[in-house]
Design a protein around this ligand. Structure first.
Ligand code: B12
Length: 210
């Protein structure tokens, strides 16, 4: 059953979305529940885009709207944060892909759980990932993938980590709307998920904090 926030996002109703998010967060609702309702809305927007009912303009508006909703939720997600680092994560959206909303959520949630996060941004070349891994020796490398054009660069980055002898010292996690367990295998990842919270739980387990 789609929630009110999900429906409002699909209809691109900016003010009502932001109002509903504010009201429900003020009423003490779990920010992760609200985040998931927003994400469901984005999935439906994507479906309408794919079916030709929405165009790029609607896709862009939904992206901005989602970002604004996250600005309201983020301080509430960050509330539980303390200070001691439990591990290091390098995050990237790889070459060919400029989607970053999901990656940014993962970064926030990881920081909430006291990971040191090095977010390399979007459209990242595989070499940049390798350089960062050499520099910060992370426990985990996370790739966010929302479009099939970034599949090859993601795999290349993972292969380069193997060639450089860095792969055994870290876990690779992939996530993002178009990823599947098969994509995880293709990349040689240790874990794949469509859910940021599940991904963070895996990362905590990987560093012995679960
Ligand atoms: C918003 C959006 C945009 C915005 C992006 C804004 C931004 N700053 O990110 C804009 C308008 C820029 C955009 C552009 C395009 N888009 Co677009 N976009 C979307 C849309 C509607 C929502 C994506 C989104 O942000 N969802 C909300 C977030 C929160 O969800 P999420 O990313 O999945 O993240 C969650 C989990 O997956 C997980 N997660 C994500 N990353 C990671 C990483 C790790 C390590 C872990 C553990 C977890 C994790 O955590 C998040 C929370 O749980 C999707 C539809 C869809 N089905 O996803 C299409 C979609 C991704 N776009 C698509 C397309 C085709 C495009 C364009 C090519 C359109 C065009 N003709 O120009 C361009 C791409 C340009 C490029 N090279 O990248 C297609 C991709 C199709 C495919 N199979 O490859 C989709 C699927 C739409 C569709 N159904 O056709 N898009």
């Amino acid at each position: 059953m789609p929630s009110c926030i999900t429906d409002l996002i699909v209809e691109l109703e900016r003010e009502p979305v932001l109002e509903a998010v504010r009201e429900r967060i003020d009423a003490g609702e779990d920010p992760l529940v609200l985040l998931e309702e927003c994400r469901q809305g984005m999935l439906e927007v994507g479906k309408r885009f794919q079916e030709g009912d929405y165009y790029l303009a609607e896709l862009m508006i939904s992206g901005e709207l989602f970002k604004e909703a996250m600005e309201i939720l983020e301080p509430h997600l960050a509330k539980v944060r303390s200070s001691e680092s439990v591990g290091t994560v390098v995050l990237a959206t790889m070459h060919g892909d400029i989607h970053d909303l999901g990656k940014n959520i993962v970064a926030t949630l990881l920081r909430v759980h006291n990971f040191e996060v090095h977010d390399l941004g979007v459209n990242v070349a595989p070499e940049v990932v390798v350089e960062k891994v050499k520099e910060v020796s992370p426990d985990i490398v996370g790739f966010s993938s929302l479009i099939t054009t970034s599949f090859e660069s993601t795999r290349t980055a993972a292969e380069m980590l193997v060639k450089e002898g860095l792969r055994d010292k870290l876990k690779i996690v992939v996530g993002g709307g178009v990823t599947t367990p098969e994509f995880g295998e293709y990349v040689g990842a240790d874990f794949q998920t469509l859910d940021a919270s599940v991904g963070v739980a895996y990362c905590l387990e990987a560093v012995g904090e679960a």
